[in-house]
Design a protein. Structure first.
Length: 296
């Protein structure tokens, strides 16, 4: 089973240029996860929502032009929505930003997540830390009974090897000691960083580059996009990779192969599973093509 994950930093621009056609037209890809779709339901066209042979699951946040996640699954693959909230009744604001799509594939529960960024100030850094703690607590509990696959933009570089300038960037959100320590605790709780499990300490492997300084040209980047799996799936991993050659966003796609058969008989017509939070009346951010670390 092949998974692809990509922070597209604005779906309309990526879709308009055909930057996702390689994934939808591939015979090998079963699941495509997108982060930062930055699109509301009324702007999603039919060909965005239901490419031929695929079904889709969407979450949108309250704020227009911000965040948003989507997952596309081959029609032949058995899957159902998996109800899941990070904050729930205690911290409902954790679930208002369109950050997470959760699905049940039977053999495992799957999460596509655009994790919070803390670069805009101390309030958002505190929000990010609290969100991560709540999420970790939920994952520890869920893994007692289910296998788990998690993908998305973590907004944290874990080790020195995962960023181009660890000494220069260690005092900014995304590479703070406290954030990196959280990743340590997350992995210690029974999760596997699939890329490092596959590639070891292969250097200069990044998934995000600052566009304002054309950092991609010189590969001055961050590895902040991940696939994680629970350790019980470790023997089923067949490959994990980064695809920096694919352009269209300030991030590049990443991928994972697992030896799991979840194909079944299609239930009929394609299904569009969409949950939409109430939309605030705010101006939409039309800058879908680029952006920098500090914007998110």
């Amino acid at each position: 089973m092949r998974f692809v994950s990509w922070n597209v930093n604005g779906l309309r621009a990526v879709h308009g240029r055909g930057d996702l056609s390689w994934a939808f037209e591939s015979d090998d890809v079963h699941v495509i996860a997108l982060q930062e779709t930055k699109i509301q339901p009324d702007a999603i066209t039919d060909d965005m929502r239901l490419p031929k042979g695929w079904r889709s699951f969407w979450v949108h946040g309250k704020k227009k032009g911000y965040s948003g996640t989507a997952v596309f699954v081959r029609e032949k693959v058995r899957v159902e929505p998996f109800p899941f909230l990070v904050g729930g009744d205690t911290r409902p604001e954790f679930d208002d930003e369109g950050r997470l799509v959760s699905l049940d594939f039977g053999a495992f529960v799957y999460f596509n997540i655009y994790f919070p960024n803390g670069a805009s100030g101390s309030d958002r850094l505190a929000f990010k830390a609290a969100w991560h703690e709540a999420f970790l607590e939920k994952m520890v509990e869920l893994k007692k009974t289910r296998s788990i696959v998690i993908c998305g933009d973590l907004n944290i570089g874990h080790k020195d090897i995962d960023v181009a300038k660890p000494d220069a960037w260690c005092r900014q959100s995304g590479f703070l000691p406290t954030e990196r320590a959280w990743v340590d605790r997350f992995l210690a709780a029974g999760f596997v960083d699939t890329f490092r499990a596959e590639k070891g300490d292969l250097p200069r492997q990044y998934t995000y580059w600052e566009t304002r300084v054309d950092a991609r040209k010189d590969n001055v980047g961050w590895r902040i996009d991940y696939f994680f799996i629970t350790k019980d799936l470790e023997d089923r991993q067949r490959d994990a990779w980064i695809s920096p050659q694919i352009k269209g966003s300030d991030h590049c796609p990443i991928g994972l192969d697992l030896d799991i058969d979840v194909e079944g008989v299609s239930s009929g017509a394609p299904v569009d599973e969409t949950w939409v939070a109430p939309v605030e009346e705010e101006a939409e951010d039309d800058d879908d093509g680029g952006g920098g670390w500090g914007r998110r």
